[in-house]
Design a protein around this ligand. Structure first.
Ligand code: CS2
Length: 482
């Protein structure tokens, strides 16, 4: 007999629909498990609705809009799942609907634009500056210059930053006053990076808009953390089974969650700190702790783990070779993380547990994307800090070597510099320091310009796939991992 399961509908909304005061760019699983969760758990949640625009996947908006923006958060610990309906996203919109974006950003009630647009979307050059000639940015600038500058005919930008710049122009024209732009991407100094990109684009388009942004837009830096793997069909089926309704877009996350913020909100914000967020004056130590220890280890596991035949973070961590590599990298990074309130030993111990949660299938292939941008933030600072203390930095160099071995094996890559990677792979031959230098140069000239770093990384290439551990005589082979 066919049993009809009810859909997730408005009767399950946890709070009355809140007015839109937050516009979000990058409607993906992470935004839904993190900022939307904090907003729902703030005591003033009823005043703060989110309108979220998709980035790369317009279908994410269609599916959510069909459920009035509601979805189930599956909180997955090592031994159980708990379920919660999240209702803080009150409008889910296709990112291509730039007219709606301009309308909402220029509304006086809107107090901020939050961003999860991925590291690669900020048009960063390898020296950390904004590169207005990078593919998407150059295209958007041409579109903006050829368009009306408003929401009418002509060029409609296609990148999140191009769309944001156009929407800020609409806010200025509407006279709706100051607001905050809040980057929630894994970049060091993400507020400053967002400022450089937004102001850089505005300057190239309309210098007077850049001046308005300088006076009216505050760029908030944040360090965000919550492991959020991709949702699977099994997750959809589990919600149906356990909750008794059909949700086409649940999201899975670990129980742990962290949000550190620094900066001004000229038009106000929810009381996120009462939901567990932390507001600080100096965010850099927290940012470095998260980017180096968590994200750095993730990238190391993503490349080393896949070279050794593993699929998920938890599997890779069970391989003693990968685990030793992570601990060695953590030792290097920890030497440059000062401050008692960083609690580094406890943080590392917590990470071992979080990564080791085998009920979370966090795919290494997902983390491996956009390596050139991520390694710049995750490997380079630790390597540079180690070398400035007269040490080799072999633990960080291994992350770079693993990436070089990994990209050499891939037929297709998701990376803003994918074409250049392919060229470096092909033109410089399969092995040797010329290829290593060419690839390192795509991460940063600081790496390729240093012959000692090039030979250190070259010597580490090819070692991971075959290495066995000093701690056990039986290396963990992929087929042995249940
Ligand atoms: C990961 C992050 O995909 C990646 O690069 O390192 O998405 C990571 O899972 C989050 O930053 C955790 O907070």
């Amino acid at each position: 007999m066919d049993i009809q399961v009810p859909a997730l509908d408005r009767t399950l909304r946890p709070l009355p629909t809140a007015p839109i005061r937050i516009v979000h760019l990058g409607l993906g699983a992470f935004h839904r498990s993190h900022q939307a969760w904090y907003t729902q758990h703030s005591p003033d949640a009823a005043d703060w609705g989110i309108a979220a625009f998709t980035g790369r996947r317009p279908d994410a908006a269609t599916a959510l809009a069909a459920q009035d923006g509601l979805y189930t958060l599956i909180e997955r610990s090592g031994n159980e799942d708990t379920f919660e309906v999240i209702g803080s996203i009150v409008e889910a919109v296709d990112g291509a609907d730039v007219g709606r974006l301009c309308e909402l950003v220029s509304a006086p009630a809107t107090a901020m634009v939050t961003l999860t647009i991925t590291e690669a979307a900020y048009g960063l050059a390898s020296d950390g500056t904004f590169d207005r000639s990078s593919a998407g940015m150059a295209g958007d600038l041409a579109l903006l210059a050829g368009g009306t500058g408003g929401t009418g005919t002509g060029g409609t930008p296609t990148t999140p930053l191009g769309r944001l710049v156009l929407a800020l122009a609409a806010r200025r024209d509407a006279g709706s006053g100051p607001l905050a732009v809040v980057s929630c991407d894994n970049l060091s100094g993400n507020g400053e990076v967002a400022r450089r990109a937004v102001v850089g684009m505005a300057e190239a388009w309309k210098p007077d808009l850049a001046a308005w942004i300088g006076k009216n837009v505050s760029f908030v830096s944040t360090s965000v953390d919550r492991i959020t793997p991709r949702t699977t069909e099994a997750d959809v089926a589990e919600v149906e089974d356990r909750c008794g309704y059909r949700d086409s877009s649940p999201v899975v996350a670990e129980p742990f969650s962290d949000w550190v913020l620094s900066g001004d909100f000229p038009a106000g914000r929810p009381r996120w700190e009462e939901a567990g967020a932390v507001v600080v004056d100096d965010i850099e130590p927290y940012e470095n702790r998260k980017l180096w220890l968590l994200n750095g280890a993730h990238s190391l596991l993503a490349y080393a783990g896949q070279l050794r035949g593993h699929t998920t973070v938890a599997e890779a961590l069970e391989d003693p070779v990968c685990r030793e590599a992570v601990e060695a990298f953590w030792d290097e990074a920890s030497a440059h993380l000062q401050g008692e309130d960083l609690h580094i030993p406890e943080y590392r111990e917590a990470l071992r547990g979080r990564f080791g949660n085998r009920r979370i299938a966090h795919h290494l292939s997902q983390i491996a994307a956009d390596g050139t941008t991520k390694l710049r933030m995750r490997a380079l600072p630790v390597l540079a800090a180690e070398r400035s203390r007269g040490r080799s930095g072999a633990g960080s160099a291994l992350m770079l070597a693993a990436w070089i071995d990994y990209v050499g094996q891939q037929d297709s890559l998701q990376d803003p510099l994918a074409t250049a990677i392919r060229k470096a792979n092909d033109s410089a031959g399969p092995a040797g320091s010329a290829r290593v230098a060419a690839l390192l140069g795509l991460v940063s000239p600081q790496l390729s310009d240093d012959p000692e770093i090039v030979s250190l990384v070259a010597a580490l290439c090819g070692t991971l796939a075959t290495e066995t551990t000093g701690r056990t005589s039986t290396p963990s082979a992929p087929h042995l991992i249940p």
